[in-house]
Design a protein around this ligand. Structure first.
Ligand SMILES: [Fe+2]
Length: 167
């Protein structure tokens, strides 16, 4: 693990151990914006040899949060989703992501998808990180390859998710 990652992960651990509310998340988001533009991220975790769609570069043994390096190739449109019981922070390192955020008009229930409508749309460019609290529905779209560092409140590879569709 690189020195900059070591330090960032330790900072996040200290912040989230004390305060995992929105204000703690905001401090982590600000730290991620600095981490994103570090030489270590750009040369190593998302450097020329990185090619994994989902590479967990840190998983906190005590609190469960993860720091994940993503190399996404080519264009892709994703559907509206939340991260179940977990928060998420998206950090753009290279390329551009068009993000939608949604209002939930009807929660998912009994296996039926929730109903949502677009609340806002914005562009994420390198150095920008945005936090999505638990239940905040969003969808990223890219028109070309992107590199992201994302954080999740827990390893979402292990968690089942609800579905959402446009109202
Ligand atoms: Fe997401």
């Amino acid at each position: 693990m690189g020195q900059v990652l070591d330090q960032f992960a330790a900072e996040c651990h200290d912040i989230l151990k004390q305060d995992s509310s929105d204000s703690g998340l905001e401090k982590v988001r600000q730290g991620l914006e600095k981490f994103l533009v570090s030489d270590e991220v750009l040369n190593e975790h998302l450097g020329p040899n990185a090619d994994s769609e989902r590479n967990i570069i840190y998983e906190d043994a005590e609190l469960g949060f993860c720091i994940i390096a993503h190399v996404y190739k080519g264009p892709k449109e994703s559907g509206p989703h939340d991260h179940g019981p977990a928060w998420a922070i998206y950090g753009q390192a290279k390329g551009e992501t068009k993000m939608n955020e949604y209002d939930v008009l009807q929660a998912p229930a009994d296996g039926n998808p929730g109903k949502v409508k677009v609340a806002k749309t914005y562009s994420m460019t390198p150095g920008v990180a945005v936090a999505y609290g638990v239940g905040k529905v969003h969808s990223p779209t890219r028109t070309a390859s992107t590199h992201l560092i994302r954080m999740e409140g827990m390893n979402m590879g292990k968690v089942k998710r609800d579905k959402f569709e446009m109202a």
